[in-house]
Structure formats: structure tokens, C-alpha cells
Write a protein that binds this ligand. Structure first.
Ligand code: HEM
Ligand SMILES: *[C@@H]1O[C@H](CO)[C@@H](O)[C@H](O)[C@H]1NC(C)=O
Ligand SMILES: *[C@@H]1O[C@H](CO)[C@@H](O)[C@H](O)[C@H]1NC(C)=O
Length: 249
């Protein structure tokens, strides 16, 4: 019965969003032995075969091709993020030019992974790598993700809502985690990743991020669209960050 309910739940979700139309890039969640990261953006790419489905030996040209093909970012948009990860000396592949996705969970030294993530718990509580349904439910509530009414506006989250939700999540983490590290990375990482998902999931045709897309990205690590028509850039992310930081929280 359990399996049946799960299948039904999956089935009803799948009808709500189009299946990814590109051959070889179907959504297939990680199997046993496949690596995934604390970053939903990269996990989505691996779940669709834009990054190796194994999550292993990721190099820069592969990231460039993936973010362009799947999200329609200018290929070099994430070069600096890649180099930042390299500079953390977190790779376990034995090749400085590559990392495995789970290498990115390395915590501390003001490097890539930080406390107060939107969908992950803090390392202090044991797991900063996997999607955490309990943490995410606090975000989902603040974003009203499961509240869609007849008002068309209720289908989208606003920058203001996202900015307030991320600040409240950081405040929660500061209260709960006695080892919370309020580093520079933390103070910019939280609004930065919020700007990143808003930019990635922004529907230009309506000027908002559809709640259904946000759920798909975080909860299923699944692409909610085929490919955005308009190319996105680092400048778009920067502008979104400015808008997130401008919200009084
Ligand atoms: C080489 C490229 C990238 C690297 C090295 C990288 C690395 C990371 C890392 C280490 C985290 C964890 C930070 C934390 O503690 O919360 C993270 C989070 C995140 N990343 Fe990425 N990322 C990359 C590309 C992307 C892309 C392309 C997207 C979006 C399309 C994205 C969206 C996000 C989001 C939304 C989070 C926040 C997750 C959360 O707080 O729960 N990233 N990324
Ligand atoms: C390390 O990875 C890079 C990028 O994928 C590749 O070009 C290079 O051949 C690899 N080096 C070794 C020694 O495997
Ligand atoms: C605790 O904080 C220190 C200093 O910020 C950090 O290096 C360490 O990784 C943290 N440990 C945990 C489990 O969060």
C-alpha cells in the first residue's frame, strides 16, 4: 500500500508539470552510489543528466554546458563559484580540476557550505548535505508554497516574501545552533542563494517565481520547465541580489 500511495503521489505531481522533453535528460533521481550535493541547482542538473548522473568528477566545462543547456545561463556564469569551490581544497577525486558533488558539503573555514541553509540543516545537527523536509517545511510555510487560491497572484512568490523567509530561517538557525557561524559567507550566502533560485526560476512572462517551480526545484530536484527562452546572466543574479537585500527584514 505504501508503494501504491507513493506512486499515486508521484503520478499526480507529474501531471502538474510537463515532463522534461529532451532525450537523455529525463528526470531520474540519484540511485545507490550516486553522489549529490548540498546545492539543489547542481543536483537538478545531475538528476537530468546534464552533469554526470553519478555526481562524480565534475569539471568546469561540464558545468558551463549544463547551466547553459538546462537553465539558459551564459555558460561562464558559475565559473567563479566553481573556482571558489576549488580554492576550498575540498575535492576527493585526486584531480584538482574536478570534484564529486558530495565534496561540496565540506563545512567551515568560511568556505562553500554554511549554516542556516534554506533546505538543509546545519552540520552541527549531523547532516548538511541532504534535503531536510522539516527545515524546508518552515520555508514552505513562510513562502505560502502550498497555498494557491483563485487569485492568480497566489501562484507566485515575491522577492519580498523570499527575502523575509530566508532571514527568518537564518534567525531560526542562530537560535537553534549553539555553534552557528555568522561568517561573511553566511551573511552573503543566504541572500545570495535566494537570489540564485529566484533568478533561475523567474518566469519573465509573469514577473514572478511560480510556487510549483520552486517546489519542483527544491523538493524533487527536478526541472520544472524545458528551457527558459531568455538567456540569464551573472548580472541578472546581481540585480536580484540587490532586490533581495533591499527588503527590510
Ligand atoms: C559550480 C557551480 C556551483 C557550486 C560550486 C555551488 C555550490 C553550492 C554549495 C556548496 C551550496 C551549499 C551552501 C549552503 O550551505 O547552503 C549551494 C547552495 C545553493 N545553490 Fe549552488 N552551486 C553552484 C551552482 C548553482 C546553480 C547553477 C544554482 C541554481 C540554478 C544553484 C543554486 C543554489 C541554491 C538555491 C542553494 C541554496 C540551497 C539551500 O540553502 O538549501 N547553485 N551551492
Ligand atoms: C583532470 O580533470 C581534467 C578535467 O576533466 C582532465 O582534462 C584531466 O585529464 C584530468 N587529469 C587526470 C590526470 O586525470
Ligand atoms: C563549529 O564552528 C567552527 C568555527 O566556526 C567550525 O569550524 C566547525 O566546523 C563548526 N562545527 C560544526 C559541527 O558546525
Amino acid at each position: 500500500m505504501r508503494v501504491l500511495f507513493f506512486t499515486l503521489a508521484l503520478g499526480s505531481f507529474a501531471t502538474a508539470l510537463p515532463n522534461h522533453p529532451f532525450k537523455g535528460h529525463e528526470w531520474i533521481p540519484a540511485g545507490p552510489g550516486d553522489r549529490r550535493s548540498p546545492c539543489p541547482g547542481l543536483n537538478v542538473l545531475a538528476n537530468h543528466g546534464y552533469l554526470p548522473r553519478s555526481g562524480k568528477n565534475i569539471d568546469l566545462p561540464t558545468v558551463q554546458a549544463a547551466v547553459s543547456a538546462a537553465y539558459n545561463y551564459v555558460p561562464d556564469t558559475f565559473d567563479s563559484a566553481f573556482v571558489q569551490a576549488q580554492d576550498c581544497h575540498l575535492t576527493t577525486t585526486g584531480n584538482f580540476s574536478t570534484f564529486n558533488l558530495d565534496d561540496l558539503a565540506k563545512h567551515g573555514h568560511n568556505c562553500v557550505e554554511f549554516d542556516g541553509s534554506l533546505s538543509r540543516n546545519d552540520l552541527f545537527f549531523g547532516d548538511n548535505l541532504h534535503f531536510d523536509p522539516k527545515i524546508w517545511s518552515t520555508m514552505a510555510k513562510r513562502l505560502d508554497l502550498n497555498k494557491v487560491s483563485h487569485d492568480p497572484k497566489s501562484k507566485y512568490i515575491t522577492v519580498e516574501q523570499a527575502a523575509k523567509a530566508r532571514a527568518a530561517r537564518v534567525a531560526d538557525a542562530m537560535k537553534a545552533n549553539p555553534n552557528f557561524t555568522a561568517s561573511d559567507l553566511e551573511m552573503m550566502g543566504s541572500p545570495g542563494t535566494t537570489a540564485l533560485y529566484l533568478t533561475t526560476l523567474w518566469d519573465d512572462t509573469v514577473g514572478g517565481a511560480p510556487k510549483e517551480w520552486v517546489k519542483s526545484f527544491f523538493e524533487w530536484e527536478k526541472l520544472p520547465f524545458a528551457r527558459p527562452l531568455k538567456q540569464k546572466t551573472g548580472e541578472d543574479i546581481g540585480n536580484m541580489l540587490t532586490a533581495v537585500l533591499a527588503v527590510k527584514v
